[in-house]
Design a binder for this molecule. Structure first.
Ligand SMILES: NC(=O)c1ccc[n+]([C@@H]2O[C@H](COP(=O)([O-])OP(=O)(O)OC[C@H]3O[C@@H](n4cnc5c(N)ncnc54)[C@H](O)[C@@H]3O)[C@@H](O)[C@H]2O)c1
Ligand SMILES: [Zn+2]
Length: 366
């Protein structure tokens, strides 16, 4: 098992551990009983993960703890709403859960984000245990403390920064993921190599197929390194003042592609194409080379991810969406651009680089 300590800079002690290994679902109940973080525990999950792992975790929690209730909602992004947040909160309130409660989030990023947000506001905040079961959740959403729900006006618009009490990544749970779900996680994993570590990028070049084979040692290595990179960035800049922006590589263009497709293109596919376009923009601006762009393209292809924007995409509309993105400043488009594999460009002390509209248009056309 691997252990990563995350220490976020806040006025109260918000540090926590990420445990990564096989069979960790089996130790959660004992740990919670020993730490006695709460009297009542809400096991929040989605319909699909409830069937796969919910019953097993619930029964071990019931054996070790006094009050436990499982609350499951329909699987999928369409459930990441204020209504489902209320549904979870009502379930807890009806069970008489007070301030001495905890929320255990078992599932992918949707469960983690919504259950984390419930924990942030229930009785003004109760401990949250993250138990990510999708690759995206293991390497991305369960680390860093961003919690949120979607609204008809956009994704993740209502939420809070709220760090978990602990994260348990049981790599055995990943073996029921389909190839598309693995590719979703790989898009973020490859991003970590580009933004922070050439060694990790090379490790992925040598081993990427083993991830699809769910090779235990490879999964452990890849998840540990990804979490370590994300944790280090979040520790230095929890609220995304500057350095945390590097985690957005591929996401400025990617989010616009995702949104304009009405979310028919998945996040991982969109940011894969987004990394390619942002890489092309970097070619003329940061010293990023054709050779590195080629390496990135090859690796994304091997991961089963798209390396071109969808056919017929309207660049003018992409630019309009990027101008109102959360990352834009005073209507000017900002992105994080790579300088070389393992390092992002810093300009005047800032990792958000202002990009001219014509540079975006020509990157799409090339
Ligand atoms: N908070 C953050 O920093 C952050 C970062 C990245 C993504 N996110 C959010 O995460 C969400 C995407 O995460 P996701 O891709 O995990 O989506 P998800 O939670 O919808 O999971 C995808 C599907 O996989 C299923 N699933 C989960 N674990 C499984 C397993 N072990 N075996 C089989 N099926 C399993 C789920 O039931 C669901 O149907 C988005 O809402 C996104 O905004 C948040
Ligand atoms: Zn992402």
């Amino acid at each position: 098992m691997k252990r990563i300590k995350v220490t976020v800079s806040s006025n109260k002690d918000n540090s926590y551990e990420i445990l990564i290994g096989q069979g960790l679902l089996g130790r959660i109940a004992g740990d919670l009983a020993e730490a006695s973080i709460a009297h009542s525990h809400a096991l929040v999950t989605d319909s699909k993960v409830a069937e796969l792992y919910g019953a097993k975790l619930l029964s071990s929690l019931e054996d070790a703890l006094s009050e436990v209730r499982m609350i499951a909602f329909p699987a999928g992004e369409q459930s990441k709403t204020r209504e489902i947040k209320s549904f979870i909160e009502n379930g807890m309130l009806e069970s008489g859960f007070g301030r001495d409660s905890s929320v255990i989030a078992l599932g992918g990023g949707v469960v983690g984000d919504i259950a984390g947000f419930v924990a942030a506001t229930y009785m003004r905040g109760v401990p949250c245990v993250q138990v990510p079961t999708s690759l995206v959740a293991c390497v991305d959403s369960s680390v860093g403390g961003k919690t949120a729900v979607d609204t008809p006006h956009g994704k993740n618009l209502i939420g809070a920064f709220y760090q978990p009490w602990r994260v348990y990544v049981d790599t055995d749970t990943l073996k029921t993921l389909g190839p598309k779900q693995v590719a979703e996680g790989l898009a973020e994993i490859i991003k970590y190599g580009v933004i922070e570590s050439e060694d990790f990028f090379q490790y992925l070049e040598a081993n990427i197929e083993k991830i699809y084979g769910f090779d235990d040692a490879t999964l452990l290595e890849v998840i540990e390194t990804s979490c370590r990179i994300k944790a280090e960035v979040v520790e230095k800049d929890e609220k995304e003042q500057n350095l945390r922006k590097i985690l957005n590589f591929g996401h400025t263009v990617g989010h616009a592609i995702e949104q304009l497709s009405d979310y028919t293109i998945s996040h991982g596919e969109a940011i894969s194409a987004g990394m390619i376009i942002e890489g092309k923009i970097a070619l003329g601006e940061t010293g990023w080379s054709e050779g590195e762009q080629e390496k990135l393209t090859r690796l994304l292809e091997r991961a089963g991810l798209p390396t071109e924007p969808p056919r017929g995409v309207d660049v003018g509309k992409i630019i309009d969406v990027m101008k109102i993105d959360k990352k834009a400043r005073k209507g000017k488009i900002e992105m994080s651009l790579p300088e070389r594999i393992g390092r992002m460009k810093e300009q005047g002390g800032n990792y958000g680089i202002k990009v001219a509209e014509h540079a975006i248009t020509s990157a799409f056309k090339s």
